[in-house]
Ligand binder design. Sequence first.
Ligand SMILES: C[S@@+](CC[C@H](N)C(=O)[O-])C[C@H]1O[C@@H](n2cnc3c(N)ncnc32)[C@H](O)[C@@H]1O
Length: 287
Amino acid sequence: MTLNTMTVGDAFKQDMRVQWDAAAAGWDRHGSEIRDWLRMPTDAMLEMAGIREGQTVLDVAAGAGDQTLDLAARVGVQGAVVATDISAGILAYALGNAIRAGHHNVRIHEADAEDLNLGDAMFDAAVCRLGLMFLPDPLTGISQVYRVLKPGARFCSIVFAGPDMNPCLRILMSTALRHAGLPPRDPFQPGGLVSLGKPGLMDDLFQRAGFRAVATTRMEAPFRMPTTEHYLAFIRESAGPILQILAPLDDAARTAAWADIAAQLDVYQTDTGWIGPNALLLTTGQR
Ligand SMILES: C[S@@+](CC[C@H](N)C(=O)[O-])C[C@H]1O[C@@H](n2cnc3c(N)ncnc32)[C@H](O)[C@@H]1O
């Protein structure tokens, strides 16, 4: 593809791929913290998607594969998991983690969620944990999942709820933009961290993609760390979108931005550790 035929959507995704290739090692290194943070919603997602032994399951935007391991354990040796992601770099971690955990039923497939490049009606179930909000056109992505599911199969996705329920994400994004000299962004702008958090939007997208029996459940998933610094260490190594905004700054300006972010996040320090409010939306539907 030459530059002059590249659409805005293509450029956005190329950026996304580069961003997550760069953040892959950090996302993987902080895997056990992510696992603790998302334990309950992940278990709920697997239940809502109806994951059972022997199934062939699709994992969209699988990242370093934390939820892939849970899927692999549930479907067992008679089943299979196809872990897809736009970033080949992060998918390599997913495969390595699956092999290390003894799951030989995981296959990786590099693909944009808006163009899965997989056959129709192949899967018994599908999940997507914290991926759909990064799509410039989430309806196309959800329609792709619908297409590759067998009739009757279920899909469950997790996205961040709106900005009011995710103050840490709001602080990170608005402070990074301000220090980078960029204008504030509409939080619901497609592709943004909380872009799918508008009440009713996920249900509407699932229904428009063709899913029936659609329902969304909000779940609190506070991030618990010993201190603000521990949370920031996670963000500084793994939060692709924030790192990308701060990347053009020189060292001094970047240090000032992180100090400003830390000062604001300190309000969530308690006697029993740092507890960052965080809310997620779990949406399920049946083909
Ligand atoms: C926040 S991480 C979540 C990873 C994993 N699902 C988890 O919960 O640990 C978001 C993932 O979405 C992927 N992603 C972003 N845009 C994508 C797209 N258009 N198609 C497929 N994956 C995409 C990124 O590469 C990244 O691995």
